[in-house]
Design a protein around this ligand. Structure first.
Ligand code: SAH
Length: 384
């Protein structure tokens, strides 16, 4: 198998270029094309000699994910892509624009998948229902990000935004040619969240390498705070992540304040119950200075009573953390229905009164099934 260029270190790439009889600055040119989001193939790298482009294509693989289907939400702010992997399996990823609050700039976030399928089997999550297929490789994670970068550069994403919400300020123009691509790319894509299909911390090494790649100044140069890993709560891996050099943001899918309810929603809670999970999250904060976020999806009559809000406040007492409430997205299971607005409001006000920092997050892209827990593989038959 030809090596994956996205998984090569800088020196490996420089060696490859040297073995093809070219000076090492060609490696920098290649990386600029890739991480500026301007090339989808070696052929696109027009400032490389034609013969080098051909020989690179013979000696390495660049992009292996094939986008098969794209859907844009009616507000134009979420785009979901179904990719086919080399072995025929499929994954989905999403790109979301969060409009600027008064203070800041728009956020442009890629939500990437870390596994095809998932082994955790949370009963309210579509990915969990399909079971586990395989881990994604580091290169396959980076490719998801790079695909959206390339779309941004081509201007396609801006057109979605401008068409769908005519009143809002215009999205920035696509970055100019190959001149200063990486800073421009960073504006086109400000955040990466490991929150798509799969459990990132169950694919630890590959996820860690993807974080390093995204953080690298020769890659996208994303800050640690611009990356969020979301986990069901694998305690040993949270402890391990706390000891890494790059202190990314941590999101933990809590969804319940008692073991009884959490065992039902997040089956891995039987192995890592709350009495172990919460201290691990506190330790993460101590070690990294990053305040964990707890995700709490509200399902009607399951975990959304005011009493459960008080239990949640008790569980998190004295912990400088933040709770992200989200109305559960509809899933095939009849047991888990989205909370009704009245219950959502009562839960949130109870939480706020007990002093827990929280926000009610609007689920994004539910109309195209790109919301949390709605991503899944599909059985695919390639046409043609
Ligand atoms: N495995 C990781 C990351 C993927 S899931 C994790 O569990 O954190 C991303 C988020 O979507 C998790 O918080 C998950 O619990 C949530 N989610 C899954 N199904 C959902 C649904 N039907 N409604 C709302 N959130 C859901």
């Amino acid at each position: 198998m030809k090596p994956r260029i996205l998984e090569s270190s800088y020196s490996e790439l420089a060696d490859l270029v040297a073995s093809l009889g070219e000076p090492h600055y060609r490696a920098d040119q290649i990386l600029k094309w890739i991480w500026g989001g301007a090339a989808r193939s070696f052929e696109d790298m027009t400032d490389l000699p034609q013969s080098l482009r051909r020989r690179l294509a013979e000696s390495g693989r660049l992009f292996t994910l094939e986008p098969l289907e794209e859907r844009v939400s009616s507000d134009g702010l979420t785009r979901k892509v179904l990719f086919q992997l080399e072995d025929g399996k499929s994954i989905e990823s999403a790109y979301m624009v969060y409009e600027a609050t008064q203070s800041g700039r728009d956020r442009r976030t890629v939500c990437l998948s870390t596994q095809a399928g998932c082994s955790i089997r949370c009963p309210f999550c579509a990915t969990g229902q399909q079971g586990f297929e395989r881990h994604l490789r580091t290169g396959e994670m980076l490719e998801q990000v790079l695909y959206f970068l390339w779309l941004a550069r081509s201007g396609a994403l801006r057109k979605d935004e401008d068409r769908a919400t005519p009143g809002r300020p215009k999205a920035p123009p696509p970055p100019p040619g190959n001149g200063a691509p990486i800073p421009a790319a960073r504006r086109a894509l400000t955040n990466v969240v490991f929150m798509g299909m799969g459990e990132p911390l169950a694919n630890y090494q590959a996820v860690k390498a993807a974080i390093i790649g995204l953080h690298s100044s020769r890659g996208l140069g994303l800050g640690a705070r611009q990356m969020t890993v979301s986990t069901v709560g694998l305690v040993p891996q949270i402890q391990r992540l706390a000891r890494e050099d790059i202190h990314v943001e941590l999101a933990v899918s809590l969804h319940a304040a008692t073991d009884r309810v959490r065992n039902l929603l997040v089956p891995v809670n039987r192995r890592y119950p709350l009495a172990r999970l919460i201290p691990a999250c506190r330790d993460y904060f101590e070690a990294t200075g990053r305040r964990p976020t707890f995700e709490y999806a509200l399902f009607n009559g399951v975990n959304d009573s005011p009493d459960q809000a008080r239990q949640l406040a008790g569980l998190l007492a004295g912990f400088a953390c933040h709770v992200n409430l989200i109305v559960g997205n509809p899933t095939p299971s009849r047991q888990f229905r989205p909370s009704v607005p009245r219950r959502v409001a009562a839960f949130q006000s109870e939480l706020t009164e007990t002093g827990v920092s929280n926000t009610l997050r609007q689920s994004r892209g539910a109309d195209i099934e790109a919301g949390c827990g709605q991503l899944r593989s599909r059985s695919l038959r390639k046409s043609g």
